[in-house]
Design a protein around this ligand. Structure first.
Ligand code: ARG
Length: 456
């Protein structure tokens, strides 16, 4: 096996070491970016007076052919190819001859890989953002279809106050808005060009880095070459953003798993999005949701793994940095599965309002009864206590709150008047929460409009 860097070596690399050192297995995913980045570099070398226009044209056309071979699977890898960068350069030189050996002037794989990786991630971020937008549309559509459908709201997974399906489903929309913001920030920090940093000290040829950045779609250039070759903040930022997306989908999954259980029965998963049991014929399992919940662990693992790799590295490039790509690729692949699946699951989800209605029991209105006393001048803390006594009275009698008579209520406090029992109405309770962000119909209309506006 011949190595691009073999000049000073008297002996071949140990086979296990070659395997260990090689990254081709996974960085082959950077092929398209390596070609584009190399073509831009060739143009830069013309500007710097290193290549003639003719030499650059030959190299650029040769790279085009290498790119085609890689894209259509006809590229013949050589056992000596260490990574995608060496494979491309080796093949280029086979195609165009010795002039191919001029391409790497002033460039190092250190600034090359950082450039390729950023280019790849810019595209990946755009894809994730688009998938997220589609999921957000599915959530909005679900909210729209059943905006005012009453259901019990929970805190501590205990009956709390009535809310609506639209309100609940939109509570999973806004976290994704924040995820989109995070992705946009990651994108900005990723769009910084390291090319021109060389191995660590900067290129000794007068390359126009601004022009390179512009050509490759970067919005800024790195200002310190040592930092340029070793900065992987953008990868960690992406993994954090990915982890947060995973976490949000995990929480949504968890709740839908509960809601689809026999105990809740609020929703029914479409057959296309659930699976059966090999033993129990009656089972319909929410495997898709459970796997989505489980994948959040893997996303977090990728983040922690990379952060641990980066911690304690001396400045500039160290081979540890080769460990940056697999967690990012894995996070992207994971998101590319779970986001579209969640969107499809939501679009086919059936609601079971009859089971939601069964759970709309009077205790959910205890706060409304306390609010009623407040409107009659009772300090809230005292009202809270009095309604607590009313709840206890009903519990002792074994009847729902709504079955207490006015006399019962007045036995606890004479502040209760004739109209007190009028608060025992789900619709009244819902519509009283008309504040921005609340569960009243007009507040939900406004929230839906705000959500749609986010989607542009
Ligand atoms: N495959 C390497 C990586 O992914 C490319 C950079 C290698 N640089 C070096 N000096 N060995 O990081």
């Amino acid at each position: 096996m011949s190595k691009l860097w073999g000049g000073r070596f008297a002996k071949a690399t140990d086979a296990l070491v070659h395997e260990f050192n090689a990254s081709l297995r996974f960085d082959v995913r950077l092929a398209a970016q390596d070609i584009v980045g190399s073509q831009a570099w060739a143009r830069g070398l013309v500007g710097a007076g290193v290549l003639t226009q003719e030499e650059a044209d030959t190299i650029i056309a040769g790279l085009e052919q290498v790119g085609d071979e890689l894209a259509n699977g006809r590229f013949q890898f050589d056992p000596g190819d260490e990574d995608i960068h060496t494979a491309v350069e080796r093949r280029l030189t086979e195609i165009v001859g010795a002039v191919g050996g001029k391409l790497h002037t002033g460039r190092s794989r250190n600034d090359q890989v950082a450039t390729d990786f950023r280019l790849w991630l810019l595209d990946a971020i755009d894809q994730v953002a688009a998938m997220l937008t589609d999921l957000q549309r599915a959530l909005v559509a679900s909210a729209e279809a059943n905006l005012n459908l009453p259901m019990p709201g929970y805190t501590h997974l205990q009956h709390a106050q009535p809310v609506t399906w639209g309100h609940w489903v939109l509570s999973h929309f806004w976290p994704l808005v924040r995820d989109q913001e995070r992705l946009a920030q990651v994108r900005q920090r990723t769009a910084v060009l390291p090319l021109g940093s060389g191995a660590l000290a900067g290129t000794a040829f007068p390359i126009d880095r601004q022009a390179l950045a512009h050509e490759l779609g970067f919005t800024a250039i790195s200002q310190n070459s040592l930092d340029g070759v070793s900065d992987r903040d953008f990868a960690a930022d992406f993994l954090y953003a990915a982890t947060m997306i995973g976490l949000h989908l995990s929480r949504l999954s968890e709740q839908l798993i509960l809601f689809s259980s026999s105990e809740f029965g609020f929703v029914r998963l479409d057959d296309g999005y659930s699976t059966g049991s090999s033993l129990m014929p009656q089972k319909k399992n929410p495997d898709t949701l459970e796997l989505t919940r489980g994948k959040s662990g893997r996303l977090l693992g990728n983040l922690v793994g990379l952060l641990t790799t980066l911690k304690g590295l001396p400045s500039s490039y160290d081979k540890d940095l080769q460990e940056d790509k697999e967690p990012v690729f894995d996070a992207f692949d994971t998101l590319s599965q779970i986001i579209p699946i969640m969107a499809g699951l939501l679009r086919t989800l059936q609601l079971r309002p009859e089971n939601m209605a069964k759970q709309l029991e009077p205790n959910l209105l205890a706060t409304d009864l306390a609010d009623y006393l407040v409107k009659r001048g009772v300090p809230f803390r005292q009202a809270h206590h009095l309604v607590g006594e009313v709840v206890q009275l009903a519990e002792n009698r074994g009847v729902p709150l709504t079955e207490l008579t006015l006399a019962d209520l007045q036995s606890v406090s004479e502040k209760f008047g004739e109209e007190a029992t009028a608060v025992f109405d789900i619709e009244t309770s819902l519509s009283s929460r008309a504040i921005i962000g609340g569960t009243a119909p007009q507040a939900l209309q406004a929230q839906l409009a705000a959500a749609r506006q986010q989607l542009g």
